[in-house]
Design a protein around this ligand. Structure first.
Ligand code: ZN
Length: 279
């Protein structure tokens, strides 16, 4: 179980779900209320709420996939039985059947029980309507940005996902990143194949391996760390572009058609994202 992280008003804890999902529980110390991010599984959330004697007040949804929204209905029913009013926030473009309040880029709202303001950032690419939430210096980004990796492109485009990741990389370096999966070690295996000479990456890999050996979480990560080690945020770096070119050359030899060398960040991103799909 990951350690809890406290900031000015709030504490953030992980509830483990399915094989490798994190459902983030945002709490305050002073009023025992809780907000859940992407509760794909209601039962693990209800156990956590009971064990910690909490009252659930709000749910934040990043995107429509069932491992992020699958528990919403049952949690609403549970809150109704307890007599707790609950508000579900989510994107304007998807998962709307689950949401009371639909949000889009730039929207700002206050979760009053947490006394914390949240800002919405559109991050399409993994899905078309995916949003992220920024509260204090905590980013809840669902399946867009992972430690050392990023989400697959489902109904969005490579261009959208590349642009979304660039937006997240521009957040303050101290921003803590709460992604929805513990994919770090397998992402790092790929990152090391793309960026083998990166000493910060090698150091980070050893740190994360130790954490996982002790069954500890590697999340949250931070914008500062990811800018140094995540190949998907480093597509303008020569080392990543050379690896992408090398990968394409190898593919060309297999397919016997010659592609021109990559020169753009986006083409690099697209190549390494496709490479990761088959890695
Ligand atoms: Zn997803």
């Amino acid at each position: 179980m990951p350690k809890s992280q406290s900031t000015a008003n709030i504490t953030i804890s992980a509830i483990n779900a399915f094989a490798d999902n994190y459902i983030w529980c945002i709490q305050t110390t002073h009023n025992k209320t809780a907000v859940l991010v992407d509760p794909g599984d209601a039962d693990v959330c209800i156990s956590y709420i009971k064990d910690h004697n909490l009252t659930l007040t709000d749910i934040l949804i990043t995107h429509r996939h069932s491992d992020h929204v699958g528990g919403v209905r049952k949690l609403e029913e549970y809150c109704q039985l307890q007599g707790w009013p609950i508000t579900v926030y989510g994107p304007t473009l998807e998962a709307t059947e689950h949401c009371h309040i639909n949000l889009k880029d730039g929207d700002i709202f206050v979760l009053k029980h947490l006394a914390t303001e949240f800002k919405v950032i559109d991050v399409p690419g993994h899905t078309l309507g995916h949003i992220a939430y920024l509260g204090e210096d905590n980013l809840f980004c669902g399946d867009t940005l992972f430690s050392a990796g990023c989400g697959r492109v489902f109904d969005g485009t490579y261009e959208q996902l590349h642009h979304s990741l660039k937006k997240l990389a521009m957040l303050p370096e101290k921003t803590r990143i709460y992604c929805a999966h513990e994919y770090t070690l397998s992402n790092l295996d790929f990152a090391l194949a793309v960026d083998p000479e990166n000493n910060e990456l090698i150091y980070f890999y050893n740190q994360c391996r130790q954490l996982r050996e002790q069954n500890k979480s590697t999340i949250p990560t931070s914008v500062a760390i990811e800018k140094k080690i995540n190949p998907f945020l480093r597509c303008s770096e020569q080392a990543i572009q050379e690896s992408a070119n090398q990968y394409n050359e190898n593919q060309d030899m297999a397919n016997q058609n010659k592609k021109v060398p990559i020169i753009s960040d986006l083409a690099t991103f697209k190549t390494i994202r496709q490479w990761k799909n088959t890695f």
